[in-house]
Design a protein around this ligand. Sequence first.
Ligand SMILES: CC(C)(COP(=O)(O)OP(=O)(O)OC[C@H]1O[C@@H](n2cnc3c(N)ncnc32)[C@H](O)[C@@H]1OP(=O)(O)O)[C@@H](O)C(=O)NCCC(=O)NCCS
Length: 325
Amino acid sequence: MVRAYIVSTGMAVPDRVLTNHDLEKIVDTSDAWIRERTGMAERHVSDENTAASDLALPASRDALRAAGISPDDLDAILVATISGDYVFPATACVLQHKLGASHAMAFDLSAACTGYIYGLSVAQAYIESGRYKNILLVGVDMLTKVVDWTDRNTCVLFGDGAGATVIQPRERGGVLDTVLGSDGSAAELLYQPCGGTRVPISHEAIDRKKHFLYMNGREIYKYAVREMVQSCHEVLKRCGKTIEDVRLIIPHQANNRILEAVAQRLGVSMDRLFINIEKYANTSAATVPIALHEALQQGRLHEGDLALLVSFGGGLTWGASLVQF
Ligand SMILES: CC(C)(COP(=O)(O)OP(=O)(O)OC[C@H]1O[C@@H](n2cnc3c(N)ncnc32)[C@H](O)[C@@H]1OP(=O)(O)O)[C@@H](O)C(=O)NCCC(=O)NCCS
């Protein structure tokens, strides 16, 4: 059977680093509070001239180079993002042009922090059906552009980043299976109220700060732990595997305490999870591909190893993929 294989990865973050100590000068917070509650120490923040496609581009070029293919070889470009260059058109189309990927179709996918896993399931379906052979899947977000920098509840939590992967058909290894879920009844626990057709942009909406990201952190926390654990169990069961078969869990990096709770409920020690939240904070759709890139770079995964990718985010959305390298 032909499976979707992640043949290469790449990543990019803005140069500018904002530490917890820098944040202490902006809002009423402390390095100790942020570290203890989230595990974050610093995050990368883009400047006013950098948009999502500007980060997606170098990450994608790295992944293409590592795969040994040119942009011309691409059949499809999928970009998972909720903070693209524009409301429309798709950032994937902007990226297609910048790369010069003249034969690729391109579209964006909106599943917030679960965007990469949702995208992987789409790439998986295209590859397994034989429809496409060279797919570029990118997770990119710049939530630092939509947070309220006077709100300590949210502005400390996010960073900007992009992770890119090239996905091709292989007869060994690859994505064994993916499970996905959603619950739109909780959409307003984590959302950007203004800018769509529900609350179009207006002076009044901006005066009421409706253009900023809103989050109910406590409620999200409960959902995140429950659904990430459930997704892991479900995908393992579908593949006839147990958590002991998994070499490394590559989770969405939203909060270290969420990851501790997930590890505890899965019955694994923390060293079975790849965690880089300290350096990048929550980069939304980019956390999983960035973590995967760093895990591979650090030699944490070898041929034949199973990795469990799992995420949770706005929508609400969640999902997990079991991937063999
Ligand atoms: C956001 C989060 C870190 C807050 O941690 P918490 O332990 O739940 O904290 P609470 O929201 O209960 O707030 C506790 C207190 O800390 C304060 N606080 C919030 N942010 C703070 C900050 N950056 N610095 C200092 N104090 C802060 C609150 O105002 C509150 O003060 P009060 O008790 O006087 O009202 C946590 O809820 C979380 O991580 N949730 C999940 C969010 C997430 O991952 N979202 C993305 C999903 S993809």
